[in-house]
Write a protein that binds this ligand. Sequence first.
Ligand code: ADP
Length: 169
Amino acid sequence: MTTLTLVRGDITRQSVDAIVNAANSSLLGGGGVDGAVHRRGGPAILAECRALRASRYGEGLPTGRAVATTAGELDARWVIHTVGPVWSAQEDRSGLLASCYRESLRVADELGARTVAFPAISTGIYGWPMDDGARIAVETVRDADTAVEEIRFVLFDERAYEAFAARMR
Ligand code: ADP
């Protein structure tokens, strides 16, 4: 049984087995969630990301995929880095956004993580409309076949929280 929970807060302050990072394909850090993860988590995470780039993802981590590192100084065991799609009005990229949630949970299952915290992937710098981002997030994790016991959405502001709350009702 998987429980979905919703909190308003900062994803880098969650005590969970794994937090999901809204990364970019370079794996070398950026703004938003990514910046906060590396700032608070310290240099160990970036060092592992660099090693992943050198070994497996020389061309970058593809959009919709996920990969784990340890969590440095965060109160979590792992960071699962996933690359959301940039919003496009011309092209339907919702499959890629759903894939971020699904692949992150698959990686969480491989790790044996029982509690996983997600941000609202792609809804910041990548411009995805919040209501639609919330719909895809909630529908995808609800349908996922996973051993994760708690999936926690961590929303940064009231608007995001309300969008997710409306989808969970
Ligand atoms: P993306 O590039 O995938 O759009 P962002 O990190 O820019 O990723 O934003 C994703 C969402 O996470 C946005 O809704 C943003 O407001 C929110 N956000 C930014 N910082 C944090 C944080 N520290 N904890 C939780 N959510 C955050």
